[in-house]
Write a protein that binds this ligand. Structure first.
Ligand SMILES: [Zn+2]
Length: 388
């Protein structure tokens, strides 16, 4: 039965007796209406006058007061509906009437292309209201050989870029990348690294505790112990990863930040190897003119311990705002691995020695890109991120 025949029978005659049946019948009418509209748009018109005629014909077929398909629906389906079906028929008919506005001549003419224009546009008519346009694209045969829509790709986050650059240098030196859990036990995060109960870094004010035995790791150093347990010695690894501390966010602090830690264990390894490696690293990263400076410091897990500064990359060592007129910027902590830490990792300190260093990736990225606020990295502002 064609749609023309259907709308000229009552619902009773069509055997429709419930609301789902009504809905299905109206869906069929709506589909026919949309298909005819789409077919006209796909066909196009050869001239303005032909377009006007085609649009008027389609409009009249559906919307003419006398003999239009919608009038038939009104007459046969709505007015003749049984009482209990009236509400659902009325609702569906209202919806249909609203959608039929797309069949008014002006709405049709806007979307039906003149054939010359259609060819110039690659067969896709310009304009059209968004919902109808979407409908139209679905039903117009597409040219599958047309190139796809290119999506703009983002870039790697500046911290990720920095991390990869640092990793690359150490990978070329023969180091491997190792990772470990961010939710860490107090043992690996503190005890195994020779950090005693009394140490201030274990305080509630510095560390995010999950429970008394579990923390969000405050540094990447626990992976040193895990790697020693797993691989033994000799060992050359770098450990990039996220760390957490109870710092209030400000221009230089963030409760979440990124570290890279390095660990080298071998027989007869000395502080000279450490200095040579870190000097090479600094020159690779910031340029051959960079000088490094080692100063004594203290960390519980290294002995002796040092802090590494590089000559200021902004002023070349003459003194400026960034280096606070000193000519040097402190960038890393380092030292010879404490014998007890080697023992805790199952490595015999009589046979092996090792060195380790740790640096803040965010801080390196801030230096490299001259960024003065660490918060910018984590605010996901596209205007900031798209600069990298
Ligand atoms: Zn400077």
């Amino acid at each position: 039965m064609t749609i023309d025949q259907k709308v000229r029978k009552t619902l009773d005659e069509l055997g429709i007796a419930d609301a789902p049946g009504v809905e299905a019948a109206f869906a069929e009418v709506r589909a026919a209406m949309q298909a005819e509209r789409a077919a006209l748009i796909a066909r196009g018109a050869a001239s303005e006058s032909e377009r006007e005629k085609l649009c008027k014909d389609l409009r009249d077929r559906w919307l003419a007061r006398k003999n239009g398909l919608l009038s038939a629906v009104d007459e046969k389906w709505l007015k003749a509906a049984r009482k209990e079906l009236k509400p659902s028929v009325g609702k569906s008919f209202n919806n249909l009437r609203q959608e039929s506005a797309a069949l008014e001549i002006a709405a049709l003419a806007r979307d039906v292309p003149l054939r010359k224009q259609a060819e110039a546009n690659g067969g896709i008519p310009a304009g059209g209201s968004p919902p109808m346009a979407a409908q139209m694209y679905r039903e117009t045969p597409s040219d599958l050989t047309l190139p796809g829509n290119r999506r703009a790709l983002g870039t790697l986050h500046p911290v990720t870029q920095m991390q990869r650059e640092i990793e690359e240098i150490f990978l070329n030196l023969g180091f491997h990348i190792e990772s470990g859990p961010e939710i860490e036990s107090v043992y690996y995060n503190f005890d195994a690294l020779n950090i005693p109960e009394s140490h201030p870094s274990r305080d509630d004010w510095d560390t995010l505790y999950i429970d008394s035995k579990t923390v969000l790791r405050t540094h990447t150093s626990p992976v040193q112990i895990r790697a020693m347990e797993k691989y033994g010695a000799p060992l050359h690894i770098i450990i990039p990863g996220k760390c957490y501390r109870r710092d209030n966010p400000d221009a230089s602090h963030s409760p979440m930040f990124h570290q890279i830690e390095g660990l080298a264990i071998a027989s007869d390894i000395t502080f000279a190897d450490l200095k040579g490696t870190l000097d090479f690293f600094a020159k690779r990263l910031f340029g051959q003119k960079i000088r490094t400076r080692f100063q004594p410091s203290f960390f519980p897990f290294t002995e002796p311990s040092g802090e590494v500064s590089i000559s200021c990359i902004f002023c070349g060592g003459e003194g400026c705002r960034v280096c606070k007129e000193s000519g040097w910027i402190e960038v890393m902590g380092c030292g010879m691995v404490h014998p007890q830490v080697l023992r805790n990792g199952g490595v015999d300190p009589e046979k092996f020695s090792g060195w380790a260093f740790g640096l803040g990736v965010d801080r390196f990225a801030m230096l490299k890109y001259d960024i003065n606020d660490i918060q910018l990295f984590f605010q996901s502002d596209v205007r900031f991120l798209e600069q990298f």
